[in-house]
Each structure stands twice: as structure tokens, then as C-alpha cells.
Design a protein around this ligand. Structure first.
Ligand SMILES: [Mn+2]
Length: 211
């Protein structure tokens, strides 16, 4: 159960809690030798702080288990934003370790409670960079799934209660089209000439449909 509130920080030891987490994962790995575990990091719950906040934590916890090959990560866009990190970079970090086994796309307005907003509605450029990264790395070709971890707004009418899913999918597909149009030759030239303003404007014009 997730509920609002706070915890007494001194009531638990983070060392004990981290070891408990690793023990629990080891028990699950023992219980079924075929099972794979995907950890979705998050820096805080509505109730308070957590102990496995980022993809870096996930990689470290995975390495500390008895079978790291069966423990990977699931990056949720909003959780990276809650940690003050860039979702695409968090995805890229896990991809570099061959451990981005699934993703939960959504959006989040800054560091506050977990909002699970429709993908891309708050941070369009960050959303584009997540899709661009997934496209560049042929994500899904090894059977990975892309999830949409989005929530209907509280005052939504029943008849419209799937719109946030439809809209998220629409935005994913639109950004996928933009990512496929991305001019890597132009990007290479800009980087070579250190003309980063031109590259920045190219990305903005691509997103605004001006080029
Ligand atoms: Mn999620």
C-alpha cells in the first residue's frame, strides 16, 4: 500500500535496509532458478525516502546478488526526474551495462509527489531524447517491452479514462517519427565545428515541425 506521510529516519538503518533488499533478492533467485528480476529505481515514495534511488543503485544491488545475470533494471522516466536526473541518460547507463530490460515511459513536473503524467506532456525534449535513444539502440529487438506507466487525472470522466494511455502512445509514435528523421550527418558536422547552437536549434525546429 502506498500512502502519504513521513517516516522517522532514525527508526531504521540504511545499511540494514540495503542488506535486507539484497537478501530478499537472493531468496527470490533461489526460489526459482529461471526467474529474472527487474528493479525499478525511485528516490522516494509519497511516504518518504527510499534506498534504491537510481539506475546506479540498481547496478550495484544487481552486482551484489548471487546471480547478477538475472537482475536488471526498469527505468521509469518520472522516477529519474524525481532524482533530479535525465531519463535518457539513466536509460543509456543501463543499456551500456546490457541491463535495461524494460522501461516505463511517463512524465513528471519537477521534484514533488509521483505524478505518472502522460508521456511527454511536461518535458517534450527529454521525452524526445528517450525515444531517440531507444530507436538508436534498436530497443525491443531482444524482446524488451516498453511500458506506459501513466495515470488518469483525478477529475477525468469515466468515458475519457483511457485518454492518457491513447495520448501517451500517440506521443511515443510521433516522437519515434521525429527520431527517425534525425539528421546524424548534420549532428556530426555541428559537433565537429563546435556549432552547438546550430544543433540545439535544429533539435528545437525538429520538435516544433519547422524543418
Ligand atoms: Mn513504474
Amino acid at each position: 500500500m502506498v500512502r502519504e506521510g513521513t517516516l522517522c529516519a532514525e527508526s531504521k538503518s540504511p545499511v540494514w535496509a540495503t542488506k535486507m533488499l539484497i537478501d530478499a533478492l537472493n531468496e527470490i533467485l533461489d526460489y526459482d532458478p529461471k526467474i529474472c528480476i527487474v528493479i525499478e529505481p525511485k528516490p522516494n515514495e509519497p511516504i518518504d525516502r527510499s534506498i534504491c534511488g537510481t539506475m546506479g543503485h540498481v547496478m550495484a544491488v544487481s552486482a551484489a546478488t548471487k546471480d547478477p545475470s538475472r537482475v536488471g533494471g526498469n527505468l521509469e522516466s518520472a522516477h529519474a526526474i524525481l532524482a533530479g536526473l535525465d531519463p535518457a541518460n539513466e536509460m543509456g547507463f543501463a543499456l551500456a551495462m546490457n541491463k535495461l530490460w524494460t522501461v516505463h515511459l511517463n512524465d513528471q513536473n519537477g521534484i514533488r509527489f509521483d505524478q505518472d503524467k502522460t508521456f511527454g506532456v511536461e518535458n517534450l525534449r527529454q521525452a524526445f531524447n528517450q525515444i531517440k535513444l531507444l530507436v538508436e539502440n534498436n530497443y525491443g529487438s531482444n524482446g524488451e517491452y516498453i511500458g506506459l506507466d501513466v495515470k488518469a487525472m483525478r477529475t477525468t470522466k469515466d468515458a475519457d479514462s483511457y485518454k492518457h494511455l491513447e495520448n501517451s502512445l500517440k506521443i511515443v509514435k510521433a516522437l519515434e517519427e521525429k527520431a527517425l528523421k534525425f539528421d546524424y550527418e548534420f549532428q556530426r558536422k555541428c559537433a565537429e565545428n563546435r556549432d552547438f547552437e546550430a544543433l540545439e536549434m535544429y533539435v528545437m525546429e525538429l520538435l516544433m515541425g519547422l524543418n
